[in-house]
Design a protein around this ligand. Sequence first.
Ligand SMILES: [Fe+2]
Length: 309
Amino acid sequence: MGPTRIAVFADTHLTDPNIDSQSLFPRQLAKLLPDTARRLYEHLCLSIAQANYEVLNNIVDFQSPMDMVIHLGDFTGGWQERGMCEQSLIDFAKREVYLWRYICSNLRFCLGGHDTGYTHPGSLPGSGMSYRSLISCAEIFGDLWWFKRHDDICLLGICSSVAAYTGNDPDLLCMRKLQENAVAGKIAELSNAPWILFAHEPFLPKRIRNLLKGASRTCKAFIHGHRHDPKYTKFFRALGIVTHDPFLRISNTCPSVAPLWWPGCGWMEVTIENHKVTIQNHQVPVPESIAKLPTASFLRCLWWMLRPG
Ligand SMILES: [Fe+2]
């Protein structure tokens, strides 16, 4: 039996070009003239989509087919920090997922806060995660948490937004409990089998971490998105922040595909063979049009993310 090859993507931030989605730097855009803001918004969204397709085409054209594709969340830019709660975004996300399934039908997601709705106080009225958004997410992206076996290694994907929910909505608390029960059950089933953990956010809430901890010794890798740049993992490790957390100690950031924070266009290849896990990050060439985006460097992006009141 040959190796199992998995392509991992994260933080594509495919954003509905409708400026009402307010998913990209809403405060800065609000300071511009409406027409200028609308045009810039469309330009950013379409350029991000273009970058994604270029990365995907590179992989489809030049690599042998992958056994599995995992997307580690922030697949979309969401809608007003409320996730999948607007038909325009739901239709947009369905269309994009349909295109991704052409690349690999064995496609799994570990969704992020933009997809589900924020789990921290947002800056827009009505922001937050809702049951409606999670149900739409499940319909569009499939299971919010999942478990797969490949070559005697178990893959466990969780939804860090559901795990981090701290509100009082009984439906959302029920979802959180369902995920915790499923994770506890799978961890018990593992016995001593090696496994890999996948999630959007690197910092997992205590409740879910406690459930996972029992099997941390056999966890081969924790692969997450959210930080957009793998350099951040090295930076935090150098600061000693990750020393005591068994999962952060073996964590790897999947590079972002989207040209946000820095000229992105990266993806991760995970190879499993004879119980060994090899992780390799790939950077693909950044097209001129994307490198010039007003968000395509750390400092430029920081400026756009600063949110004057
Ligand atoms: Fe992101």
